[in-house]
Design a protein around this ligand. Structure first.
Ligand code: IVH
Length: 673
């Protein structure tokens, strides 16, 4: 018999974890440290192991690991999932409003403006607060039951935060973040698998996987945008209130929504976002305009295809048609040869595009891309556009097939393509193109973050043979640097101090910066949580590495090979001699990952309890960093008395703003352990 006490404790733990999941994943505003959170999960897991009869599908421990299915059962939507009418100009939006006036003469309309997320639409059904089914839209009447896959998305509640009786249905959009999409494609490219053209296709493909364990590994997220059905109580009177209730129940509702008192405000909202859509980490293809009053919505009704109370005001397309003038080959830091299409310059969502990546030979063959082809290009989550497909009807017969060169276009060494690899590589160990890329990789913001070491400077340093490997960066001096083109004394000094700063970066960054094949940012972070120094990591065997979740055999092998290589060992030895931090000293306790580690702060306005210098020291002592200007990459802006323009900018960019008190709370959490 299981005691009541155990049952209660398990329920309590689940409630708490659900709440903290919500704070962390949905609100991005954790209340406890990762460490404290881990303790809760660990306790719950061990109780569930000890008392298997108390395992329950709604437990936060049960998100991953559902069994694979043969195929998805088909489900019938109780309320059809319609689509939206599109509008493409403010005139058409005004016509939309005119139509509303015709249907409901004499009435006034309020609107909710939302971003139209470019993902996959889903329906979720809850009974008495528990998720019982999740499905795709399908043809609008029937969709696929993909409950197992949707359960793996951390922001979809398995149990609602509030008691909600009866049956409810909510709808929303599952999407893949742009950064996640790039990472997924990078991995697929390394494995020689076909690439996703854009984050939407990637999200759709991920939801169609028959094994939920694979879906769980994909960086998916969701926004819920409507409450379609409730059975045990009456609906509120507006859509706006529905969204508020959905948020209270624990759903992830976008905060970029706006209640508009007239259509002009809707158009302002569109004008605001059309300029800022690139700042979001997900693709949006327009604004959805919805009549706010639910009574008006039901009186307006729907056609067989779409509701009359809503429309999508689309953004200019991110797709364009253009012609490939030539295909050139670039050499990356691992020697990988990447074919790049040189395009007839074309305007694509506000910028002139001249190149598109073609990834590798297999992709070119798969899509049968030839020089001279007319192609559709798309900016999907990437700065560099992709070629989606060839417009075959435009072929003239004069197009030329492309083949990879046999020699490296930069250093002339042989090019090899290993069995099972999609990528052809230059094998020249002294190839300057590789070295330049390796340095750029090492210095980039998410690696050792050496500001001021840009491509132009790297070119000079390598071409003049001043830098022959990354360790030479630590031997640069003022007179040499200031003798270079475009380098004044001040910028040289700044660069030197940046290089000095880079010696102190945390282990995860160094691991990433080394450019070990198959070790991306995420992999580097995982490794840094398992090993306290480069030395420890260098001694790990393939088996040890493979035992780490998310480190596969290929990555493990690549790490072992990297550290076996004499040249790499020498390089690390030199880095150490120059004072680059190689993780924790042996014998020292490994520092737990803290909430502040690697977080970036900006301070604005006067603080009551600290000088700027003290605040900076405090943040740095907890692993965070203080920077001077606000950008999307900043995690927190701390606003004291009379904050300046930085505050406004943070608000605009949606960067989290903390009061002094909020900042202190964050710090307090850190000191708990
Ligand atoms: S409301 C009757 N709101 O756009 C349909 N849809 O054709 C009401 N979408 O596939 C949908 N973001 O999944 C609504 N904020 C949003 C949306 C949104 C994306 C998708 C939806 C559907 C398509 C409409």
């Amino acid at each position: 018999m299981v005691s009541e006490e155990v049952k209660k404790r398990i329920e309590k733990l689940r409630e708490e974890i659900r709440y903290h999941d919500y704070k962390y994943y949905v609100e991005n505003n954790p209340e406890i440290s990762d460490y404290e959170y881990d303790l809760l999960v660990r306790e719950l897991k061990s109780l569930e192991e000890r008392y298997p009869s108390l395992k329950s599908p709604d437990s936060p421990t049960q998100r991953v690991g559902g069994a694979p299915v043969e195929e998805f059962p088909v489900v019938e939507h109780e309320i059809p999932m319609l689509s939206l009418d599109n509008t493409y100009s403010s005139e058409e939006v005004k016509e939309f409003e005119e139509r509303l006036y015709r249907y409901l003469p004499g009435e006034k309309f309020e609107y909710v403006a939302e971003l139209k997320i470019d993902g996959v639409s889903i329906s979720l059904i809850y009974e008495d607060g528990y998720l019982i089914r999740g499905s795709t839209r399908g043809d609008g009447r029937r969709g696929d039951d993909i409950t197992g896959n949707l359960r793996t998305i951390k922001t979809i509640p398995l149990k609602l935060l509030k008691k909600v009786r009866g049956r409810i249905e909510v709808r929303g959009e599952v999407y893949m973040t742009r950064s996640g999409f790039r990472e997924v494609n990078r991995e697929r490219e390394e494995k020689g698998e076909p690439l996703f053209a854009n984050p939407r296709n990637a999200a759709a493909g991920s939801l169609k996987l028959l094994d939920p364990r694979l879906t769980a590994r994909r960086p998916l997220n969701n926004f819920i945008y409507s409450l379609t059905m409730v059975t045990s109580f009456s609906m509120p009177s507006t859509h706006w209130e529905c969204l508020k209730i959905l948020r209270d129940w624990g759903f992830r509702v976008s905060s970029n929504i706006k209640l508009c008192k007239d259509i002009k405000e809707v158009i302002d909202y569109w004008n605001f976002w059309v300029k800022r859509r690139e700042e979001l980490d997900y693709d949006v293809d327009g604004v959805v305009i919805k009549v706010n009053s639910l009574s008006q919505q039901s009186r307006l009704g729907a056609t067989s295809k779409s509701p009359r109370w809503a429309t999508a005001y689309k953004f200019p397309a991110t797709e364009a048609t253009t012609r490939i003038r030539n295909i050139i080959v670039q050499v990356g830091r691992t020697g990988a040869l990447t074919p790049v299409a040189i395009l007839e310059p074309t305007l694509l969502s506000g910028t002139v595009v001249k190149r598109a990546t073609l990834h590798n030979e297999d992709e070119i063959r798969r899509k049968d891309i030839r020089i001279g082809d007319t192609v559709i290009i798309e900016k999907g989550g990437d700065i560099i556009p992709q070629v989606v497909k060839v417009v075959e009807s435009k072929r003239t017969g004069k197009e030329k097939k492309f083949s990879m060169p046999k020699k490296c276009p930069v250093c002339g060494a042989n090019v090899m393509r290993l069995e099972g690899e999609a990528v052809a590589r230059c094998i020249g160990s002294a190839c300057p193109a590789q070295l330049k890329e390796r340095i750029a990789h090492y210095a980039q913001r998410t690696a050792m973050d050496i500001e001021g070491l840009g491509n132009k400077l790297i070119e000079q340093l390598v071409d003049k043979k001043i830098v022959k490997d990354i360790t030479d960066l630590y031997r640069l001096d003022l007179s040499l640097l200031s003798s270079l083109e475009r380098m004044g004394k001040k910028s040289s000094q700044n660069l030197l101090s940046q290089i000095e700063e880079s010696k102190k970066r945390p282990l995860s960054r160094l691991i990433f910066a080394l450019g070990i094949r198959y070790v991306g940012r995420r992999g580097a972070r995982i490794l840094s949580e398992h090993f306290s120094s480069i030395e420890e990591l260098s001694k790990a065997s393939s088996e040890e590495l493979e035992a780490i979740p998310e480190i596969g055999p290929r990555t493990a092998r690549s790490i072992v090979l990297f550290f076996q290589e004499e040249r790499n060992r020498k390089l690390l030895k030199k880095l150490k001699e120059y004072g680059v931090k190689m993780g924790e000293e042996r014998g020292k306790k490994k520092v737990e990952k803290t909430l502040l580690s690697e977080k970036k702060f900006v301070f604005t306005g006067a603080l009551k309890h600290y000088t700027r210098e003290q605040a900076k020291e405090l943040v740095e002592s907890l692993g965070g960093r203080v920077v001077s200007s606000v950008s999307k990459r900043v995690d927190y802006v701390v606003a004291g008395k009379d904050p300046g323009s930085k505050y406004e900018k943070a608000k605009k960019l949606g960067v989290k703003i903390l009061s002094e008190e909020g900042f202190e709370n964050l710090i307090k959490n850190e000191f708990k352990y």
